[in-house]
Design a protein around this ligand. Structure first.
Ligand SMILES: Cc1ncc(C[n+]2csc(CCOP(=O)(O)OP(=O)(O)O)c2C)c(N)n1
Length: 597
């Protein structure tokens, strides 16, 4: 039972920080500005919460997002009004789409001058921040009376920690932040708990029973594991139950790109990643063995996850979708069983039913040798020869193959950015259970990993955090390595240097009649990224020979841990190598052909 103490004469700013303490928040992120000064003064001396000052508010939001994804705790961003808040918008949008619990706290001009054209006026007559964030947050309010603050703040918190997790925004005019609340009952601990059982909307055990029997009687079922399984599958006990079930019932498993590695890619029933940049195994298996039942666990089936809403994923008989987000269910393919249920609970229930039906085992007709033979006879990868190429500049296929070897059995968290490297990583890197993947597949935003890796590393200071990104994305937000240097955060950046916006260049080349790839239209102009990185306080490494990668990665990991200094590896890759995105390019070609003919 929660106990309360009575606080008297406490300012809204002080109370805000006390609520964040209760949340167990250790780091908050942002850029200072006059209107948030009441908070900054408290944070300056705070014993447990550190204010990390980034170089751009977008970077701060990415950091808070990385912090939230690593810990499951609330990520908090403080900005000033107007441009401070709008700079954070893209970062908040990334978190929203990927269901990361983020709170944006914006300082505003005092209520008495609201609408008078104060600096960074965010009122109804200025650039209306509250309205802007209503579109990217499930809660967006301005507090206009200090006594109303505790109630509004509690609502924002509960929304952020809801199911699924949400982004929230609360604006505090400066006179409200400094106003005192005469008396308030303050909880001594977090006074709300989200019970998992609450997420078992099924309560209708019959549905899971039906699902079990459908799976059991299917000739060719297949499971697609999405990132909604992350919390459940990172518990070894839940993963073991799921592995037991699919092994006993001989069901092949694919993951979405974002869920890569959640189900071990080395498992006998794994087909690897399905979706854009996915493995040849998953794509060919579906082509050659059209499923009668597809079980989608925790995936929105967006463009990445469904490989552009591929019809091969549509079963001949039964589509089953289990998710805690009702809006995902039936969004793309017609669904015969849509179950609003927590994945962990679903797996436990399925296993209970399985145990009761241990003697009814009709799935024996499914032939496990068939899958083993298929995997033996078919390549999982495109261009296998390039995975071992000694060419200079390096073949990206080789780079990601080397990276897998390096990461094997090492506890490494990868932060994957957007560009060609997303596809190369998804296709060629093989993740083991000790490797965790974080990505911004949802909003597909360049530059996300540069901040997210810093926030995550601050949350878990002994973790090895490696951001994988293209040179364009690095130039967009790489400035945040200076934030890492300033706060002694030993985060590692692996930058694929092709001196181009490669994904766009190849995409345009693939869909256009013009040969853009031969021009320097999308070139970056040969920036010296080693000098750039070193000038911002990082150690820089140039990797221009294939056998250097492993040694340099080892050294970078050592120095990151020992000297708590950011490390930047610039990997010179062959700019002409196409990432495995042909499905997307073909779809774009089709749109152009249909609309221009
Ligand atoms: C913020 C943002 N702007 C633009 C894009 C469109 N976009 C997707 S990939 C890409 C090029 C990425 O270039 P780079 O980071 O150098 O990676 P590469 O594809 O060369 O590996 C662009 C511009 C995006 N995803 N996000």
């Amino acid at each position: 039972m929660t106990q309360f103490i009575q606080l008297e004469n406490i300012s809204v700013a002080e109370l805000t920080i006390k609520y964040l303490e209760l949340e167990g928040v250790t780091h908050v992120f942002g850029i200072p500005g006059g209107y948030i000064s009441p908070f900054l003064e408290i944070l300056r001396e705070h014993p447990t919460i550190k204010f990390i000052i980034s170089r751009h508010e977008e970077g701060a939001a990415f950091m808070a997002d990385g912090y939230a994804r690593m810990t499951g705790k609330l990520g908090v961003v403080f900005t000033t009004a107007g441009p401070g808040a709008t700079n954070a918008l893209t970062g908040i949008a990334c978190a929203k789409v990927d269901h990361s619990p983020l709170m944006l706290i914006v300082g505003q001009p005092s209520t008495a001058i609201s609408g008078y054209g104060a600096w960074q006026d965010s009122s109804y007559s200025g650039v209306n921040i509250c309205e802007i964030f209503r579109h990217v947050c499930s809660f967006s309010e301005v507090v206009v009376d200090a006594n109303n603050f505790p109630s509004l703040f509690a609502r924002a918190l509960r929304a952020a920690h809801g199911s699924p997790k949400q982004t929230v925004h609360i604006s505090l005019p400066m006179n409200i932040s400094t106003s005192k609340i005469a008396k308030i009952d303050f909880p001594l601990e977090q006074n709300y708990v989200f019970s998992k059982e609450y997420l078992d909307y099924s309560s209708n055990a019959e549905t899971i029973d039906n699902i079990f029997h459908i799976i059991n009687h299917s000739k060719n079922p297949i499971v697609l594991v999405g990132a909604g399984c992350t919390e459940a599958f990172r518990k070894s006990s839940v993963l073991a139950l799921f592995s037991y079930f699919v092994t006993r019932h001989k069901i092949p498993v694919m993951t979405t790109p974002k869920a890569k590695g959640l189900f071990p890619e080395t498992h006998q029933f794994s087909l690897g990643v399905f979706g854009l940049g996915g493995s040849l195994h998953s794509d060919l298996y579906l082509q050659q063995n059209p499923p009668d039942t597809v079980i989608v666990l925790g995936s929105s089936l967006n463009e990445w996850a469904s490989q552009q809403w591929d019809q091969k994923l549509r079963p001949s008989k039964t589509m089953i979708q289990v998710d805690i987000d009702a809006t995902h269910i039936g969004r793309v393919y017609p669904v015969h069983y849509g179950l609003l249920c927590d994945i962990e609970i679903f797996i436990h229930r399925l296993i209970e039913i399985d145990k009761k039906n241990i003697s009814i085992f009709s799935s024996a007709s499914r032939n496990e040798n068939h899958l083993a033979l298929f995997k033996k006879e078919t390549s999982k990868f495109l261009n296998v020869d390039k995975m071992h190429s000694k060419n200079i500049p390096l073949k990206p296929q080789r780079v990601f193959c080397e990276l897998s070897h390096f990461a094997k059995n090492k506890e490494i968290s990868f932060f994957l950015d957007i560009g060609n490297s997303t596809g190369f990583f998804s296709h060629y890197a093989q993740l083991g259970l000790s490797n965790l993947l974080y990505s911004s597949y949802g909003f597909t935003c360049m530059g996300w990993s540069s901040g997210a890796a810093i926030g995550a590393k601050l949350a878990s200071i002994d973790a090895t955090c490696i951001a994988i990104m293209g040179d364009g994305a690095f130039l967009m937000n790489g400035i945040e390595i200076q934030t890492a240097a300033r706060y002694k955060v030993g985060v590692i950046y692996m930058v694929m240097f092709d001196d181009s916006y490669g994904m766009v260049n190849h995409g345009m080349n693939a869909i256009s009649k013009h040969v853009y790839a031969e021009t320097d239209y999308y070139s970056l102009g040969s920036p010296d990224l080693i000098q750039f990185s070193e000038s911002l306080g990082a150690d820089g490494y140039l990797i221009d020979k294939p056998d250097q990668l492993s040694d340099h990665l080892t050294l970078a990991c050592k120095k990151a841990a020992e000297f708590k200094k950011p490390q930047v590896l610039i990997v010179k890759i062959d700019p002409n190598e196409q990432a495995p995105f042909s499905t997307r390019y073909k779809a774009l070609q089709k749109i152009i052909a249909e609309t221009t003919n």
